[in-house]
Ligand binder design. Structure first.
Ligand code: NOJ
Length: 735
């Protein structure tokens, strides 16, 4: 207690409240030795590893903390443990600088929300903000003050397993989702006890890996980088994100963790950001196998000079940074700037004023899995399911059915609905599909269950039971997909079909002649062409989190009308990858009458399901879009208005989507670009008018000379229910 009071005294003496945060950070910096400065840039993992072990110093972390040689931990959870370490840092080190505790709170801490690609399918930023807010409230109660999220990597390649962690293929949707998450985690006041620092990752273009293979080479033009991959990072910065994570990959020969162009020129220069950058796990050390550093010392030099501020796990800064400065190979300014940025984050979090506010055992007990948070997992998940097919209104199912068959490896799984990267998510908290459906209809409808098969092996011995269950039921619901480890870090796939014998199982079930509904859980687009052609209804559920069973039951029986839209294109076959809606026209766009155009000899160009696609149990009718003007000046805006009517029998939510095309530019432009959307709720027969404003900002792009401008010329504007089914109009921009 005495030491704590001394600390508080120090706080008010040295870091008076009326000083700006930068001044306060500088006043601490002025007190630090070189070794203490380096300490602030070192991050170690605590209780478990989220990467391969690296050469750590022999001293215990307690000893290192006392010497001020660690600035942050990851993977330490609970108030008790974080409090213990924080006490050592604050009460036993010379300068008493508090620690950051980081964790991958990607879609929940204990209470697991839907995976991020599922959340993005809601196209509902305020719901996503709520999800992040709840995650922050829960994690912060256990001592966590920093999440390594949002992952804002644009991903056009479903082979890449980490597509599950992001918001899909589109920079506009991805930017809105990034902002929603940053706002949710950081709140209005980062110094509140229940807000945490967010981290936009992986900077940059990690999702562009060749062949969709994780950690693989990325080679992009600067234009491609700026047009597609950077906007969500920029949006996160504008929303005030406190940190970024450097990515593992190289871009055009320069590993991101040594990339001055990204960190110094773009992040610090163009975007004027003081957010600090943490490396990814050993990504500084990996400069050696990348082949740009001969040893850890050179790796440290490259990392700090690129302004990667904090070294996660490599020990490169720990061992070599002070030496590099003393030898004159690294200007102390690089170290000072990095430390200042880290200290600024600590000040913003209010840690210098109360380093223990996140570690509160009482609050932790009350908050973890609180009703408010658990209820929110269900509320969010309700909007994340995407109805992909619904032949002859097979869905929703009638509650007066007498029997249903629940078949597949996911029916009773209490683990897979969590999805990958689920922090402390616990399968015992998951409502399985079986439990959810039993609760909803188990009293009145006979449930015939058979697992049928597993995800991966070729064992068909369970088929007979599954066929029997199907024969004894009026409707068959197959729950198939990928087990949750199949879409995650280091989980790339070369095939995108349903793994194992799951499709064979459904082929057998089809032979029973019963209506077949397929519910998918997976973390990436799958090539389910056969299913689309042969079963009656398909729902993409992604991994819905702990409330999975409730939400899937709600949707199957019509208590919730699905309203999700795909944030990513589904290919027909893996050979079409990368396939994305905002592609270029090419000099020879496909023309069936001309052999020498851009197409596959053995497959049509179109996707199985386009970006923005998703059905509802009701139907919507769109009027023609009406523009406020047919011609505008470069600095003017115009509005586009459309009436949307619910023409079906059920209440439902629709995502009204607005795309543009810039027909002639100094450089080629995509055939469509999402520029706005609105999610509206309509009762049967109800009509709503939606008005979008197309501002100059929405028309800008990087021209031939890489200036971000509006170019005069003709534009098309499209409004519709997905990126393909649209009504169009046009306008002109004049000088
Ligand atoms: C490696 C992953 O790439 C990154 O996303 C994660 O935040 C770190 N490990 C820490 O677990």
């Amino acid at each position: 207690m005495k030491i704590f009071l001394l600390f508080l005294l120090m706080s008010s003496t040295f870091f008076a409240q009326n000083k700006t945060i930068v001044q306060r950070a500088d006043s601490v910096l002025a007190l630090m030795t070189l070794e203490e400065k380096v300490g602030q840039l070192v991050q170690y993992s605590g209780d478990w590893a989220t990467g391969a072990a690296q050469g750590r110093p022999a001293e215990t972390s307690d000893e290192l903390l006392k010497q001020g040689k660690i600035g942050s931990f990851l993977n330490v959870v609970s108030s008790e443990k974080t409090m213990k370490l924080q006490r050592i840092a604050v009460e036993q080190s010379r300068l008493k600088i508090p620690l950051l505790f980081g964790l991958d709170v990607i879609h929940g801490y204990f209470s697991t929300f839907p995976v991020p690609i599922g959340e993005a399918s809601s196209w509902n930023p305020s719901l996503i903000e709520k999800s992040a807010r709840m995650q922050a409230i829960e994690a912060s109660s256990a001592g966590i003050n920093w999440t390594f999220n949002p992952m804002v990597d644009i991903a056009r390649d479903p082979r890449w397993g980490r597509i599950v962690e992001g918001s899909g293929e589109d920079p506009y949707l991805g930017s809105l989702m990034a902002v929603a998450r940053v706002k949710g985690y950081q709140g209005d006041d980062l110094s509140a006890h229940n807000t945490i620092l967010a981290c936009a990752k992986h900077f940059a273009a990690y999702g562009g890996a060749e062949g969709g293979r994780d950690y693989n080479t990325v080679d992009l033009s600067e234009r491609n980088l700026r047009d597609y991959y950077l906007p969500p990072f920029k949006a996160a910065i504008e929303a005030g994100v406190g940190s970024l994570m450097a990515s593992f990959n190289e871009i055009g020969g320069v590993p991101a963790s040594a990339c001055k162009f990204l960190m110094t020129d773009i992040l610090r220069g163009e975007w004027k950001s003081d957010a600090f950058v943490v490396s990814d796990w050993n990504s500084i050390g990996e400069l050696i196998p990348h082949g740009v550093a001969k040893d850890r010392k050179q790796a440290a030099e490259l990392g700090i000079k690129a302004t990667v501020d904090m070294d996660m796990e490599t020990s490169a800064y720990f061992y070599h940074l002070a030496e590099l400065v003393k030898e004159g190979n690294v200007d102390i300014k690089f170290v000072d700037d990095a430390v200042r940025r880290v200290l600024i984050a600590k000040f913003k979090l209010g840690l210098f004023d109360d380093p223990y506010k996140y570690s509160n055992v009482e609050r932790e007990k009350k908050t973890i899995k609180s009703k408010e948070i658990v209820d929110a997992t269900r509320e969010v998940a309700q909007e994340t399911l995407v109805l992909l097919k619904n032949e002859k209104n097979t869905l929703p199912l009638s509650k007066s059915l007498k029997s249903i068959a629940l078949i597949g490896p996911l029916v009773k799984s209490k683990d897979d609905p969590l999805g990958g990267w689920s922090a402390l998510g616990d399968s015992s908290d998951v409502v399985s599909v079986y439990e959810g459906l039993t609760k909803k209809i188990g009293k009145n409808i006979k449930i015939n269950y058979a697992k049928g098969c597993s995800f991966l092996d070729n064992d068909k011995s369970g088929f007979a039971d599954a066929i029997k269950a199907a024969n004894e039921s009026q409707v068959v619901i197959a729950f198939v997909g990928e087990h949750r480890g199949m879409s995650a870090e280091a989980s790339s796939r070369a095939k995108l079909d349903l793994p194992g014998v799951q499709e064979d199982l459904i082929k057998e079930l089809k032979k029973t002649g019963k209506p077949i509904v397929v519910v998918l859980m997976n973390g990436r687009p799958l090539t389910i062409t056969w299913l689309q052609e042969n079963v009656d209804a398909i729902i993409e559920a992604w991994y819905p989190g702990i409330s999975a069973g409730f939400v899937i039951a709600d949707v199957l029986f019509g208590d919730v009308n699905p309203s999700g839209k795909l944030p990513v294109t589904f290919p027909r076959y893996v050979g079409q990858v990368p396939i994305y809606y905002n592609h270029k026209n090419t000099g020879r766009p496909y023309n069936p009458k001309d052999r020498f155009t851009s197409y596959y000899m053995d497959l049509e160009n179109t996707p199985l399901y386009p970006f923005g696609f998703g059905l509802s149990y009701t139907t919507f009718e769109y009027s023609n879009p009406v523009l406020s003007k047919s011609s505008i000046k470069k600095d003017e805006a115009l509005t586009v208005t459309v009436d949307v009517k619910n023409t079906g029998k059920l209440e439902g939510k629709e995502v009204v989507q607005l795309y543009i095309r810039d027909l002639v530019g100094s450089v080629t432009r995509p055939v469509k670009e999402l520029k706005d959307f609105a999610k509206i709720n309509l009762k049967p027969g109800e009509s709503k008018r939606v008005t979008f404003t197309i501002t100059p900002e929405k028309l800008k792009f990087y021209d031939l000379n890489m200036n971000y401008v509006v170019e005069p010329g003709d534009f098309k504007v499209f409004i519709g229910t997905n990126s393909v089914d649209v009504k169009e109009s046009s306008f002109t921009v004049v000088e």
